[in-house]
Design a protein around this ligand. Structure first.
Ligand code: ADE
Length: 225
């Protein structure tokens, strides 16, 4: 999989890709991530990427021209499955979207800033708009990093059995059950007996029950689907 990220703040974006699973996925060649500084695609000496909005009002709007140049240049090189725009008014990211995107070959992620991008960018180039939650960030960069993390760990081959994504929260519309490690008794706080029983069908049943109870308590909306 190849991910091209278009941003005015490439340096802000890089560190999440330099550790843990995303780093390993890149090193092992499962994923390529390329950052494109939008200022490199400007036609003017000041490297301006935004301007005042027509009709007046506070806040700048990102210009279509540098975004067009960047996206069109990338599209001339290869086909893209999706051009994703990070925006608070996009569809809210969930596990199902992450699963779907993890199977794509090439995607572009465009990070918005200020008041966002000129609407014509959305009309002409964007195929999917994603929000990471009902709150407003200063820009799309941190959202894009979250999206990449959620996708990349699901790319086939990235996780080994030990870190399998299959038992993650949300994977089957259930939250994950509680987990424990040593010691079995910490200052009188004991690990549930069943987990020490060695009876694996019983353990599996306990985990399923716990996942269901936890979901019912914390996220009953997930059980409605
Ligand atoms: N840009 C600003 N806020 C955002 C959000 N909640 N999700 C994605 N991109 C954003």
């Amino acid at each position: 999989m190849r991910i091209d990220i278009i941003t005015v703040l490439p340096d802000l974006m890089k560190s999440p890709f330099e550790g843990s699973i995303m780093k390993r996925a890149i090193e092992k060649g499962h994923v390529e991530v390329h950052f494109h500084n939008l200022r490199d695609y400007t036609a003017n000496n000041y490297k301006t990427v935004d301007d005042y909005q027509f009709g007046g009002g506070a806040g700048m709007v990102m210009l279509i021209e540098p975004i067009d140049k960047c996206i069109s240049g990338l599209k001339a090189e290869r086909n893209y499955d999706e051009v994703i725009y990070m925006t608070p008014d996009g569809e809210t990211l969930n596990q199902s979207t992450a699963n779907t995107l993890s199977l794509k070959e090439n995607i572009i992620i465009l990070c918005g800033h200020y008041k966002g991008v000129d609407q014509r960018v959305r009309d002409l180039f964007v195929t999917k708009e994603i929000s990471i939650g009902d709150y407003v960030l200063s820009g799309g960069e941190l959202g894009a990093a979250v999206l990449c993390d959620a996708i990349i760990r699901l790319v086939p081959g990235v996780l080994n059995d030990e870190t399998s994504a299959l038992t993650d929260s949300f994977q089957d519309n259930l939250l994950a059950p509680p987990v424990y490690t040593r010691p079995a008794d910490y200052k009188g706080h004991k690990v549930p007996d069943v987990l020490l029983s060695g009876n694996f069908p019983k353990i599996e049943q306990w985990r399923e029950d716990q996942a269901y109870q936890r979901t019912k308590q914390r996220r009953p909306d997930l059980l409605e689907d």
